[in-house]
Design a protein. Structure first.
Length: 461
């Protein structure tokens, strides 16, 4: 029981995190359960449900030895002394706080399951990202059990980034664990610290009270997203003034107080976390009657939407104010490189707006086509999906780069140019291509936050 770990929720966090714990701690039995049967079947197959560099190898090493995937939630709870809860906590779409607050229904359901199936004391660890003081609610629900059982609720938010999940888990910047200041809470804390201490050095394991831990996760995502929105807001000024965003961020990032990371201009942030976690923070501020603080953080989300819309507006404007019936090849649908995840991807919104203008879309992505089809399934109009980039660009008037996949750089753009309609446009929403070279091939190139390079004369008199 002491060395049996359960994780409820086999998603982007639960799967990789538990695979790494099982890999590093072969003397622990780690079981990951989920109510989604298809997902569990995929975790037990050679075709894992998520794409993450390095994940296949870790799972192969541990699966069947001390790592198990199952749909039997009740059995998992009965047999484990340590339970991580890693279920989804999306933004609420209904009732009070709709559009901002976290929807805690999946999370609360796990509390009910734990009470129902527990026959011994448990340590319950919040891995999901939750509002501050969520552990209090979990604790109250669990302590209402009539079996005389003790539950210690800890917060251990996950900081992995999709696309680098395995290296982030292998070598984290920090492990954060928040515990109650009670004797039993501190004992539970030590047991969880001992697990991470197998491969993480002590100075990187930070222990705090539960509320600081919960808030730190929200703040961490809010600050990262804020950097993106800050740079993106400046990219708009660059385009008006012929300043170059990369030169600006290069200079600004050299200040050691600011640092060079996360200063790339783009069409905006996506992913399942940034927007939802900032809105969760905004809702908390409103709840605690801090309207100025709420407005400050909401601005980060507003700039993100502005940047996505600005990109679409530019495409329309530069293509002679109409894209109706024009073919646009979309390079990249995932919210960032090295993942097939498309949740909250800017590509979803950008493609929808392009379709509203009656464009014809040819979507190409190395890993995200299946998710893209689901995201756009309700759209009427002309959308095609291509594994092969050269098929995607046939007869296209423009290419819009929406994801920073490295392999986009090595495509044969001479060939691509020969396959496209003329004049040919490239809108590089990630600034990853060689703009000078593309221009010299004949493309009209529109980067983000940099002067455009076009063969179109400004004015015909
Ligand atoms: N995705 C990330 O990069 C990331 C990073 C850090 C933190 N987080 C946080 O981690 C949490 C999980 O995120 P995710 O991306 O892994 O979500 P996900 O949607 O990929 O996975 C959640 C899983 O939980 C399962 N689930 C829901 N209710 C259940 C229940 N009652 N019993 C069993 N299984 C249940 C779902 O079927 C789903 O497979 C969220 O709170 C998220 O904010 C995510």
């Amino acid at each position: 029981m002491d060395k049996s770990i359960l994780c409820i929720g086999a998603g982007y966090v639960g799967g990789p995190t538990m695979a790494v714990i099982a890999d590093k701690c072969p003397d622990y039995k780690v079981t990951v359960v989920d109510i989604n049967k298809k997902r569990i079947e995929a975790w037990n197959s050679d075709n894992l449900p998520i794409y993450e560099p390095g994940l296949d190898e870790v799972v192969k090493r541990a699966r069947g030895r001390n790592l198990f995937f199952s749909t039997d939630v009740a059995k998992g709870i009965k047999e484990s002394g340590i339970i991580f809860v890693s279920v989804n906590t999306p933004t609420k779409t209904f009732g009070a706080g709709a559009g901002k607050a976290s929807d805690l229904q999946y999370w609360e359901k796990t509390a009910r399951d734990i009470i129902e199936h527990s026959q011994s004391d448990k340590i319950v660890i919040e891995k999901s990202t939750l509002p501050v003081r969520a552990a209090e609610a979990m604790s109250r629900i669990l302590q209402s059990n009539t079996k005389g059982l003790n539950f210690d609720v800890l917060s251990n938010p996950e900081f992995l980034a999709e696309g680098t999940a395995i290296s982030d888990l292998d070598n984290p910047d920090r492990i954060l664990i928040g515990a109650m200041r009670t004797e039993s809470g501190q004992k539970a804390l030590k047991r969880i610290v001992d697990i991470y201490a197998r491969w993480v050095s002590p100075e990187k394991i930070k222990t705090t009270n539960v509320w600081s831990s919960e808030l730190s996760k929200l703040v961490s995502n809010a600050m990262l997203a804020q950097r993106i929105s800050s740079v993106n807001s400046i990219s708009a000024i660059c385009e008006k003034t012929d300043a170059d965003i990369e030169e600006v961020t290069g200079a600004v990032g050299m200040d050691s107080r600011i640092g060079a990371k996360f200063l790339r201009a783009s069409i905006g942030f996506g992913g399942s976390c940034f927007k939802k976690d900032i809105l969760n923070l905004v809702y908390l501020c409103e709840y605690y009657n801090l309207p100025e603080v709420a407005a400050y953080w909401e601005g980060v989300v507003n700039i993100n939407e502005y940047q996505e819309k600005r990109f679409v507006k530019k495409i329309i404007e530069k293509m002679f104010n109409t894209i109706s019936d024009k073919k646009i090849a979309i390079f990249g649908f995932a919210f960032k490189a090295d993942t097939g995840d498309t949740r909250e991807s800017p590509a979803i919104y950008i493609c929808r707006w392009l379709m509203e203008e009656r464009a014809r879309l040819m979507i190409h992505d190395p890993k995200a086509l299946e998710n893209a089809k689901i995201d756009l399934k309700d759209i009427q109009g002309n959308i095609e999906y291509f594994e092969d980039p050269y098929e995607a660009v046939k007869g296209a008037h423009a290419i819009a780069v929406l994801t920073d996949w490295k392999n986009f750089k090595s495509y044969d753009y001479e060939k691509i140019y020969s396959l496209m309609e003329k004049p040919s446009f490239i809108f590089d929403g990630r600034n990853i291509l060689d703009h000078k070279k593309l221009y010299s091939m004949g493309f009209n190139v529109f980067p983000l936050g940099k002067p455009e390079q076009t063969h179109l004369s400004e004015r015909i008199i």
